[in-house]
Write a protein that binds this ligand. Structure first.
Ligand SMILES: Nc1nc2c(c(=O)[nH]1)N[C@H]1C(S)=C(S)[C@@H](COP(=O)(O)O)O[C@H]1N2
Ligand SMILES: [Mo]
Length: 322
């Protein structure tokens, strides 16, 4: 049996050393078979014509300051191979099991150390900001990577509208808790709801993005509709999906993977080829979509965003603060 059952405590269940290209191929084939069974047209194409969710056109202007030399992955790669444990622990689970999830209407509660707090409709939360398209390199802790054209607004610009006070040293995020629409939430692989957090200066860094879309269209459910975090210098698990709460706090907030396996997943989760995961190397990564026989490529410090974010961590021991 090629596909090992996920173990709690693994970020997505399998070690990268075990992820063979053949397995990727089989995952794809299974998904395609499932899609055919559901009568979904258009899977396997590069555009969301027949996608099961998301896909409403967004009016976003490309921000050329955020550009990657590699071409973006296909829509198919981005939306059919990822992690969203609320919909199951296999790479194909999010796309297969998220069709019952209802991302509209959506309300976000803002609380804690800020002058302006309360409940905000998603539209109001984003209103003061024009949507931007930004192409980011993304790196999962499991040593695979993708290039994704996100649509969103800079997180810091949104946070500033709430006027965080001097006590706002961190910002915490929470995913929606909806077991009736999220079958994975009936399984105890993680503590629900999923939670994440950033130090306030990390959150204010211009790279941090609140995303509402990809490839010019609203997010499909499996990628975190309708609102998710994108921090491309960190491992993928910091990118919390389907956010319903933003909380400003003085204390470092708990984070889901750190609660689950504190020795393996730290609060910072910065991409760092020199600090291995206790069970595997982080020195190299497999580019999704690079072909069955492509070899792994070196992972870059801060996933290639060293210039933008290294200053946030000056003087810190990154082996201790992993
Ligand atoms: N709520 C929630 N957010 C989540 C996850 C999850 O299981 N639940 N998985 C994380 C992990 S491990 C990764 S790699 C990314 C993958 O999704 P993406 O390709 O859409 O960024 O989502 C992250 N956000
Ligand atoms: Mo991940």
């Amino acid at each position: 049996m090629l596909i090992r059952r996920p173990q709690p405590g693994d970020c997505a269940g399998i070690q990268p050393s075990e992820i063979t290209d053949e397995q990727v191929y089989l995952d794809r084939r299974n998904l395609l078979r499932a899609a055919l069974a559901m009568g979904v047209a258009g899977l396997g194409t590069a555009w969301p014509a027949g996608a099961v969710s998301g896909g409403a056109p967004l009016n976003a202007k490309r921000n050329p300051a955020f550009h990657v030399s590699d071409p973006p992955n296909s829509y198919d790669d981005i939306t059919t191979y990822n992690n969203y444990y609320e919909f199951g622990t296999d790479k194909s689970s999010p796309a297969a099991n998220s069709d019952r999830f209802k991302p509209t209407p959506w309300t976000v509660t803002v609380s804690g150390a800020a002058e302006r707090t309360g409940k905000f409709a998603l539209e109001d939360l984003l209103k003061p900001h024009a949507l931007e398209e930004r192409v980011y390199r993304m790196r999962c802790v499991e040593a695979w990577s993708l290039v994704i054209p996100w649509v969103g607004v800079p997180l810091g610009e949104v946070l500033k509208t709430f006027k965080p006070t001097a006590n706002a040293k961190y910002v915490a995020f929470k995913t929606v808790l909806r077991p009736s629409e999220m079958p994975g939430q009936t399984v105890n692989v993680l503590q629900w709801p999923y939670v994440e957090g950033l130090r306030i200066d990390e959150a204010m860094n211009p790279l941090a993005l609140l995303a509402v879309g990809l490839y010019g269209k609203t997010l499909p459910n499996q990628n975190g509709a309708p609102l998710r975090l994108v921090t491309p210098w960190k491992y993928g698990f910091k990118g919390i999906k389907s956010i319903v709460e933003i909380h400003f706090t003085e204390k470092q907030p708990p984070t889901s993977w750190n609660i689950s396996a504190p020795d393996e997943y730290g609060f910072y989760a910065n991409v760092n080829p020199h600090v291995d995961h206790p069970r595997w190397s982080q020195a190299r990564e497999r580019k999704i979509g690079s072909g069955l026989f492509a070899s792994k490529v070196p992972t870059l410090m801060f996933n290639g965003y060293e210039q933008e974010v290294a200053g946030l961590y000056r003087g810190m021991d990154l082996a201790k603060n992993f």
